[in-house]
Design a protein. Structure first.
Length: 315
């Protein structure tokens, strides 16, 4: 069982909150045992009221020890105006405790202001893109539906949490179980992480069998913390042999060859578009060392990442 908390800040959006909570509630409903223990938190510890008047019973976050498996900050309105040292300190304590942190809608803005998104890929509702133009720092903001980078889980608002929760539940309990929940909500198309705020699988690969599509979605959402071939096959609902056969027929490459290519494509974007040290980029794309990353990069692109960075000028 995983412990997941949601910290609802003033002006949080009801739709975003429900889109995150309902898949977890359904996962518990469809299981013989409790899969997710959910805690709702707020600043007051009383009823938290959304931007449209919807209310949730909550606990005061300052009375809770931040020892969850995953903690989401849910924020709407104007999160750039949040200046609460106590809140920021509590979130930093959660990070030191090993809690994975997430932001829903404008939640990433609050995490950034607490100093908790440095050297992390993330996304935010498009309405808050400009907030990062005024916040000091070099931000790895991606204009995607959701981004999972190691221990950071961020997504846009609206229905985007449905898609992120599908990815989380698929990772935890397999794509078959996650699809049951999507079907329950008549979610006929589960969008991939890099869908603009449309699913990239169809554009990049054309029509592929559902298990292959599931495997590709798992790869796209686990770049920094790569899954093993066994995990991908199990979560996709096939044996390794079955998945390899279908995967090669659909893409012309093996499962792990394509997974490495996806990670290296992300690495190339970071080399070209950021000033992060190459060692940090290696870590962010799931490689054990800068040397390992550079060798794999050169093998795929025909040039080392250092040469590519030099072409675009000095850092």
């Amino acid at each position: 069982m995983k412990r997941i908390a949601f910290l609802l800040l003033d002006g949080f959006a009801l739709m975003s909150t429900a889109s995150a909570l309902e898949p977890l509630r359904a996962a518990n409903l469809f299981s013989p045992t409790l899969r997710y223990d959910i805690t709702l938190l707020s600043d007051t510890g009383r009823q938290a009221t959304s931007s449209v008047g919807g209310m949730f019973e909550t606990r005061r976050y300052r009375d809770a020890v931040p020892l969850y498996d995953l903690l989401f900050v849910v924020a709407g309105g104007d999160p750039a105006r949040v200046h609460d040292p106590t809140l920021f300190a509590w979130l930093r304590q959660a990070d030191r405790n090993g809690v994975a942190l997430g932001g829903i809608s404008g939640g990433a803005v609050v995490l950034a202001k607490a100093g908790l998104l440095e050297n992390r890929r993330f996304t935010v509702h498009w309405h808050h893109y400009e907030d990062f133009d005024t916040l000091p720092g070099d931000w790895l903001l991606e204009r995607r539906l959701f981004v999972i980078d190691r221990d950071r889980y961020t997504c846009a608002g609206g229905s985007a949490p449905l898609d992120m929760m599908h990815a989380i539940i698929a990772r935890d309990h397999g794509t078959g179980f996650a699809q049951r929940i999507s079907d329950w909500f008549i979610q006929t198309e589960v969008r991939g992480a890099d869908a603009p705020q449309r699913r990239a699988t169809a554009r990049a690969y054309g029509a592929v069998p559902p298990p292959v599509e599931a495997a590709l979605d798992l790869m796209e959402s686990h770049v920094a913390d790569p899954l093993s071939q066994d995990q991908i096959a199990t979560l996709s609902g096939l044996s390794i042999r079955q998945l390899q056969r279908q995967f090669r027929a659909a893409t012309g490459r093996s499962v792990m060859q394509e997974y490495r290519r996806i990670r290296l494509e992300t690495g190339r974007e970071l080399v070209v578009e950021t000033r992060l040290p190459l060692a940090e980029i290696a870590h962010m794309t799931g490689f054990s060392s800068q040397a390992h990353f550079s060798d794999a990069f050169s093998g795929l692109f025909g040039t080392p990442p250092s040469a590519l960075r030099n072409e675009k000028g000095p850092d």
